[in-house]
Design a protein around this ligand. Structure first.
Ligand SMILES: NC(=O)C1=CN([C@@H]2O[C@H](COP(=O)(O)OP(=O)(O)OC[C@H]3O[C@@H](n4cnc5c(N)ncnc54)[C@H](OP(=O)(O)O)[C@@H]3O)[C@@H](O)[C@H]2O)C=CC1
Ligand SMILES: O=C(O)CCC(=O)C(=O)O
Ligand SMILES: [Mg+2]
Length: 729
């Protein structure tokens, strides 16, 4: 096993790796540190799932399973880049691409009927959505801006859109019938085996059997009423039109891979309600599944003039939609994974509450977030900026996050226990001795789910928060609502631990809306705060605050202290930036910023030094921190525009600053001697290297694929400087 595992992923971060990883491996090797790779890309995971359909040479090992085992050991030292959490349209596209490359994979069965199709579908469903992060995140989350990164943002404030008091932008959420209002929760007083049963007039169905939870687990159950959701959506579509704003829907269809595509599908149906009323059965025959989005729907009905005419008429009567790409006519409702709430809401807020309309112009928007559990965070943020004007990144303090995440905590672990209810009845969670833990009366179409959080991750999370507060000495708030069932159970854990440690006055406990306001007031005054949150708010806040404070969440330090002693170092808090790939393919310019990778590499080497007493790793790691500082001080991050320095240039500069720092240090004379000529060569050849990279830009780039790129073609594009390559080797 290598000392450090660097993950192979998808899209922009994987392109960046084609340039950056050879540099890391070359430098690490000189210090005797090995850096291996494991493939967790969407294409790699598909290939690993269907060995029986592939030739011997085409088969691929199940690297995700292997990493899943590794992260439960103290030896884990993994640098994890963002990977695709695939929606159905993405999964189908990846399968098609692999088939076209000669991999005889089965098609994704949209409506499986035979036992074979059902089995294939179950395998694909295991790959779908957020299938990687929950497996690797065997620890809680510590995300923050490194001090140097925050200082850089304050000294080089990014542009922020203006917020005015008369902005019509607002958040709309359900006032009842949603997951928030139907939630019940309890903490188990003993180990328990649990099953989930749907009792109906026509008999009982076991929805899930064989669940087992240790004593102390907080077990929630809740549901969203389909009827209430539909009424809410119809109402908000009408209100959006009368308010003259853009209709926008913000979901997390990737991590909430069962519930949120269904809610998204309700929105597609609500938006095209007259069309579904008139042509519903014809469209079903054409294979239309609203959960896959408007893009898939349009592709299936494009040759049906009567349906197309009614769609056009309906759209003309609807409010304009918030667009993903107005030039190409891609709407908010085209693909369930195009608009992902953690990134989409902050981008809109950073822009002063504006989204892009179908006319390509910016407009105010109605931000529809059906469930009211976390919508108040965005609602309060928007109200705060309307009242106080935009945040000033030059003077704003920072909000760090400690997030409860380990062992599939809370909603993000709920896919296996989420069900679209087929028939009206009662859903019960029943213990082995017959005790009914939770019970809900439901109607057909309701979305019922159970989520859970285990005792040891909860206690680990509270302790992590205590350590972090001690290190920072700043305000620290548990974002928990005593009036919400689940949160009340967590508070029952938090309070006694704080009391026992004599820290009750150091920490506050506030509901999300109040915590949002308090945190915004704190950072506006230039002070810092630690948000100690559950798993969903961990995700939302670690995009929201960085995007406001630093312009992007790509630069975040993102550490997962694994509960069994290993380290998982995530790179930034954002995703795989599909738009960046598009730009590279069209213009051969990659605007991806690898600062997240730089920060994670420094932490990973530091961890190797501490955990294994590897002093050469410490020297390498300290030099990484110096190189990262060099990138910031000298403004070497990629530009957004073709013709200007891009990701590849930033890697050249990183290598140069890294080599210079290694040559200059005196803790390890061998390393200094080794890197002195490398630093010299990188310095001497600067003009040549920069010119070679610049010469590559401007025309389309061929990667030989999208989900499964050709490594040789990708290396040709991403390692554009022959001079740099000869120095790196
Ligand atoms: N940890 C993980 O594994 C995560 C994976 N994902 C996955 O990523 C994909 C895209 O998700 P999406 O919600 O669009 O989020 P992204 O974070 O990929 O994209 C949002 C925007 O953020 C900016 N951005 C993000 N990272 C960088 C970077 N390193 N350098 C420069 N800019 C950056 C880009 O803005 P601009 O285009 O303006 O330059 C980008 O378009 C999905 O498949 C999703 O499932 C999402 C989040 C986390
Ligand atoms: O796993 C995913 O799909 C996304 C993860 C994410 O957005 C995050 O952890 O911030
Ligand atoms: Mg996120």
């Amino acid at each position: 096993m290598s000392d450090i595992i660097y993950t192979k992923v998808d899209e922009a971060p994987e392109l960046a790796s084609a340039s950056f990883l050879p540099i890391i491996q070359k430098f690490a090797k000189a210090a005797g540190v090995s850096v291996g790779t494991k493939d967790i890309s969407l294409a790699g995971r598909i290939l690993a799932t269907f060995p029986e359909h592939l030739s011997e040479e085409q088969r691929q090992s199940d690297d995700l399973a292997e990493l899943g085992r590794l992260v439960k050991t103290p030896d884990a030292n993994v640098i994890k880049l963002p990977n695709i959490s695939a929606s159905v349209p993405q999964l189908v596209a990846a399968v098609k691409e692999l088939q076209s490359q000669g991999y005889a994979l089965p098609d994704y069965p949209e409506t499986p009927t035979t036992p074979e199709e059902i089995a294939v579908r179950a395998k694909y469903d295991g790959i779908k959505g957020s299938a990687v992060n929950p497996v690797l995140r065997e620890g809680n989350s510590d995300r923050r801006a490194a001090k140097a990164v925050k200082a850089f943002a304050q000294n080089n404030p990014h542009r922020m859109g203006e917020w005015t008091a008369d902005s019509k932008t607002r958040v709309s959420a359900m006032s009842g019938g949603d997951f928030f209002s139907n939630e019940v929760s309890t903490t188990l007083s003993a180990d328990a085996d649990v099953k989930i049963v749907l009792e109906t007039a026509s008999g009982d169905t076991v929805l899930k059997d064989g669940l087992s939870f240790p004593k102390g687990t907080v077990v929630d159950a809740t549901f969203m009423s389909a009827r209430a959701l539909d009424a809410f959506l119809a109402d908000e579509i009408a209100k959006t039109k009368s308010e003259g704003t853009l209709f926008s829907l913000h979901m997390k269809a990737t991590m909430m891979k069962v519930s949120d595509p269904i809610i998204f599908g309700h929105a597609v149906k609500a938006f095209l309600a007259p069309v579904f009323e008139k042509h519903g059965s014809a469209m079903a025959e054409l294979g239309v599944n609203p959960n896959s989005g408007l893009g898939d729907l349009l592709a299936r009905v494009k040759d049906q003039p009567a349906i197309m005419a009614d769609i056009d008429a309906c759209m003309a009567d609807r409010p304009p939609m918030y667009m993903v790409d107005s030039d190409k006519g891609i709407t908010n409702l085209h693909v369930p994974s195009d608009v992902i709430i953690d990134a989409s809401m902050p981008a809109l807020i950073r822009a002063g509450g504006k989204g892009w309309g179908p006319d390509g112009a910016e407009s105010d928007a109605n931000c529809v977030i059906p469930d009211n559990s976390y919508a108040p965070v965005y609602d309060e943020t928007i109200k705060f900026f309307k009242a106080n004007g935009k945040l000033n990144p030059a003077t704003a303090g920072t909000v760090q996050n400690i997030g409860l995440m380990a062992q599939k905590a809370e909603e993000y672990g709920s896919h296996p226990t989420t069900f679209e209810i087929p028939e009206a009845g009662t859903v019960k969670m029943v213990l082995a001795d017959g005790t009914v833990l939770h019970s809900h009366a439901v109607e057909a179409g309701d979305i019922w789910r159970s989520a859970s959080a285990r005792q040891s991750p909860i206690e680990d999370w509270v302790n992590l928060a205590i350590d972090r507060q001690k290190a920072e000495g700043c305000e620290a708030i548990f974002w928990l609502d005593e009036n919400r069932a689940h949160d009340a159970e967590l508070i029952a854990y938090v309070k006694p631990i704080l009391e026992a440690r004599g820290l009750s006055d150091t920490f506050k406990i506030m509901a999300p809306r109040e915590a949002t306001r308090a945190s915004l007031e704190t950072i506006t005054a230039g002070r810092n705060s630690i948000a100690i949150t559950g798993n969903v708010l961990r995700d939302y806040l670690t995009d929201l605050f960085p995007i406001l404070e630093l312009a992007t969440s790509a630069k975040m330090l993102s550490i997962v202290k694994l509960m069994n002693g290993g380290g998982l170092f995530e790179t930034g808090a954002g995703g795989s930036a599909p738009k960046h790939v598009q730009q590279l393919m069209e213009q051969n310019h990659l605007r991806w910023d690898s600062l997240g990778e730089f920060c994670a590499l420094g932490e990973s080497l530091q961890f190797l030094a501490d955990a294994k007493g590897n002093e050469k790793a410490r020297v390498l790691g300290q030099a990484v921190d110096a190189a990262t500082q060099g990138i910031l001080d000298n403004d070497r991050s990629p530009s957004r525009k073709v013709g200007e320095p891009d990701n590849r240039d930033s890697h050249y500069w990183f290598a140069r600053y890294w080599a210079e720092a290694l040559a200059a240090q005196d803790a390890d004379a061998d390393l200094a001697a080794h890197f002195a000529p490398i630093a010299e060569a990188l310095r001497e050849n600067e003009a040549q290297i920069v010119a070679e990279i610049a010469a590559a830009q401007g025309s389309p780039a061929d990667l030989g694929g999208y989900f499964h790129t050709d490594p040789v073609k990708t290396a040709t594009v991403m390692r554009a400087s022959a001079t740099l390559n000869s120095i790196i080797g």
